[in-house]
Write a protein that binds this ligand. Structure first.
Ligand code: ADP
Ligand code: MG
Length: 236
């Protein structure tokens, strides 16, 4: 409707897809579980950022998304809140394997995502495990063995652990490729493709990227199904 149009124009949001739902312009409008809403308000956030407002309403329809937005635009909660909602609806036994996978290019970024997953999901008894290279595998394997709803991982370390047969990705139904352009720049494409082979095709896939070159378009075309494309600001 006209208010969605005016919000999008005001916040430089462009959407491409059929019947794209209006953005959620307030946290209260989302109908978040009270524990999660409390954490968001406790963090001092007054409004969703544009990428959050628009990607939540699309993700809540269980649709695939490719979002092109700059660093610092609030992408982490953009995909984590829908991941939490997904877990509330179809939370499988974490002992069988994680339900949500977030791939991230670096240890630092993976750790930041893990911190947000714990901060906002912990009070809802959502568990998250972080897997990255440059650190011993032992503690990470022990965290996995304890059972986890979410895995946040760099592609290299996840692939190592996969090859050891120590993680089952057969229960994943919500997958996020964060900073997809950077993961491809770092040469992670073969690892990403190996990981995706272990994940059921029937899943929701979200891809976030700061740029939209042809390599990223190609992997999006291969891994996403009829994604809604969301552009924020002056990105091509
Ligand atoms: P990106 O992944 O796009 O670079 P982040 O998800 O890391 O961005 O968020 C950037 C910063 O903005 C973080 O410090 C985060 O806590 C903060 N933030 C996220 N959502 C909001 C919001 N709705 N209002 C204010 N600050 C927010
Ligand atoms: Mg980020």
């Amino acid at each position: 409707g006209p208010s969605a149009e005016s919000y999008r124009r005001q916040h430089e949001i462009t959407v491409t897809g059929d019947n794209v739902p209006p953005p959620f312009t307030s946290f209260q409008a989302i109908g978040l579980p009270s524990e999660i809403l409390r954490e968001v308000l406790k963090a001092g956030f007054s409004h969703p950022t544009p990428i959050q407002a628009q990607s939540w309403s699309i993700a809540f329809q269980s649709r695939d998304i490719v979002a092109i937005a700059k660093t610092g635009s609030g992408k982490t909660l953009g995909y984590l809140l829908p991941a939490f909602r997904h877990l509330m609806r179809c939370r499988n036994n974490p002992q069988l394997g994680p339900t949500v996978l977030v791939l991230s290019p670096t240890r630092e970024l993976a750790t930041q995502i893990q911190d947000e997953a714990v901060k906002f999901g912990g009070s809802s008894k959502i568990s998250s495990t972080c897997l990255y290279g440059g650190a011993p595998k032992g503690p990470q394997l022990r965290d996995l063995d304890r059972g986890t709803h979410i895995v946040v991982a760099t592609p290299g370390r996840l692939n190592d652990i996969l090859q050891m047969g120590r993680v089952n990705l057969g229960q994943i139904s919500y997958m996020v490729l964060d900073e997809a352009d950077r993961m491809l720049d770092m040469g992670f494409e073969p690892q990403i493709r190996k990981i995706v082979k272990e994940i059921p095709a029937r899943r929701q896939t979200l891809m976030y990227t700061a740029t939209w070159p042809k390599e990223v378009r190609k992997i999006a075309a291969d891994l996403l199904v009829k994604p809604v494309q969301v552009n924020i600001g002056n990105v091509d």
